[in-house]
Design a protein around this ligand. Structure first.
Ligand code: 4AD
Ligand code: MG
Length: 465
């Protein structure tokens, strides 16, 4: 049996306790008195454990002086009160077993010096060994667990939505096609050539861009559901906010409208921030230094304040009156760029903002048309430092209006037949939204780029590791 370092730090153990720890060397420092101080981490918490390897460890003594960053170890010994300021207890080693040496330490890419975040991206398989990516991983986990807890406590059911699908939820054509490598499985076209457009055993199929349409089917029977899984977008955007593969949380509620969805989004974001504040203060403290920002203060402010709710038309008016020269022009009917979004949250309101009722022409086909005939019951939640973090809407539950919209956009009714049936058989107003997990983690950690908030980022031309 061995003990996680987190357990030692949580004061469940005291002076004199015998324990075994398994982990990796972060640093080694040798004192003149013939004692080495080895910082060992195991990922269970931010702080490493200080292992003191004294001279008396003679059978292993020479090996201790060969230990370098990254070596894996099993250390057994006794906890003693530490003279150092960094920790209350340290582990006085009685036996150290090196499980794996670092071959050629000079070439080890994760030396203990501070590496740039861009450098770490090029070593995605080793970067979880660094403080910064370890902290991000623990915070991402805390956020994921908090999301499940939040919905479970509110009576939502977690529904798995399919990853392979024929439906383009956003109608934007940004889908990856699913292919088989076995050409013999593909049908031939009239010329007798392999027909790559008929790929999924003779049908077209894609990776899902969103689980929403499927979530709607379940909400229209089980009332309150959510999906939480990977989604895919074949958009060729090289920005700090876009990934080709990202995780989305999508609640969907029957007998519900846009305002209720906005309120649900606000309480979800607050619950997430509260959970990270209470569970991952150690990582927040470290990351605050790393990104040079008061992350704890920022999250506490978000939890304690009411979000601003405004209409798209008012947001446009604010931007027009700002006197700013934006890269993309602002006018009623234009989509908001990230620069516009960040102006609203960071400069104007200095708070998260929910923008509602966008022009129908810049939003998806499934959104409920408002009585003005020009806008839809859509919302985006904008967070300081990131911009759009949530996109959602009340759904169009009236079949005639939905059909008109699908046709107006040049889409085919038959492609959405099953979705349209939900409107023919016991239709009901319903609403929901999607929260991008990587953008949420980017907001909480202060890291500006979603490539650093997912373990292995997929971006255009980059699917290694
Ligand atoms: O605004 P989006 O496209 O909305 C939907 O997909 C709806 N079907 C959701 C729903 O109503 N159930 O995406 C929702 C969120 C965005 O606000 C953003 O946080 C994230 O998903 N997102 C991305 N994150 C990383 N990379 C991308 N390429 C993303 N595209 C969207
Ligand atoms: Mg959106």
């Amino acid at each position: 049996m061995h003990t996680a370092i987190k357990e030692i730090k949580s004061h469940r153990y005291g002076d004199g306790d015998a324990i075994v720890v398994k982990g990796w060397v972060r640093t080694r420092r040798d004192s003149k008195s013939g004692v080495s101080f080895i910082n060992v981490y195991d990922g269970s918490c931010f702080e490493p454990l200080q292992v003191v390897a004294p001279d008396s460890l003679n059978n292993y003594g020479t090996e201790v002086l060969k230990l370098t960053t990254g070596c894996s170890l099993i250390v057994s010994g006794r906890l003693v009160e530490s003279h150092g300021k960094q920790q209350a207890l340290e582990l006085r080693a009685e036996q150290i077993t090196v499980v794996g040496w670092v071959e050629d330490p000079e070439s080890y890419p994760m030396s203990p010096k501070r590496h740039s975040i861009e450098y770490l991206r090029e070593h995605a398989h080793l970067r979880p060994r660094t403080n910064v990516i370890g902290s991000v991983a623990r915070i991402r986990n805390a956020i994921s667990q908090a999301i499940h807890r939040f919905f479970s406590e509110q009576g939502f059911l977690w529904v798995a939505s399919p990853i392979i699908t024929a439906s383009d939820c956003e109608g934007a054509g940004e889908m990856f096609r699913v292919s088989t490598l076995d050409l013999q499985q593909l049908p031939l076209d009239e010329k007798g050539e392999v027909d790559f457009d008929q790929d999924f055993f003779g049908k077209e199929a894609f990776l899902t861009v969103s689980g929403q349409l499927n979530a709607e089917a379940y909400a229209c029977a089980l009332s309150k559901v959510y999906t939480f899984g990977p989604t895919f977008r074949a958009e060729n955007s090289n920005t700090s906010r876009h990934l080709a593969e990202f995780w989305m949380v999508e609640p969907e509620v029957a007998f519900s409208d846009l305002d209720e969805s906005a309120a649900l989004a606000e309480s979800l974001l607050k619950a997430i921030c509260q959970a990270v504040l209470s569970e991952r203060r150690d990582d927040l403290q470290f990351l605050s230094g790393f990104v040079d920002a008061d992350l704890i203060g920022r999250l506490e402010t978000l939890v304690g304040s009411d979000f601003i709710h405004i209409n798209y038309s008012d947001a446009v008016a604010i931007l027009e009156q700002s006197g700013r020269e934006f890269e993309f022009p602002v006018f009623w009917g234009a989509d908001l760029s990230s620069e516009h979004e960040r102006y609203l949250t960071e400069q104007h309101f200095k708070a998260p903002v929910v923008v509602k009722n966008y022009p129908k022409d810049i939003k998806s086909f499934y959104m409920k048309l408002n009585d003005d005939g020009k806008t839809v019951a859509a919302m985006d939640v904008l967070a300081p430092g990131i911009g759009e973090i949530i996109g959602g809407s009340q759904r169009e539950h009236r079949l005639d209006i939905l059909d008109a919209r699908i046709q107006e956009l040049g889409m085919k009714l038959e492609d959405y037949d099953w979705y349209r049936q939900l409107r023919r058989y016991g239709t009901v107003p319903h609403a929901g939204f999607g929260l991008g997990l990587e953008r949420m983690v980017a907001y909480v950690t202060g890291l500006g780029n979603v490539r650093d908030t997912i373990p292995f980022p997929r971006t255009p031309r980059n699917a290694s590791f």
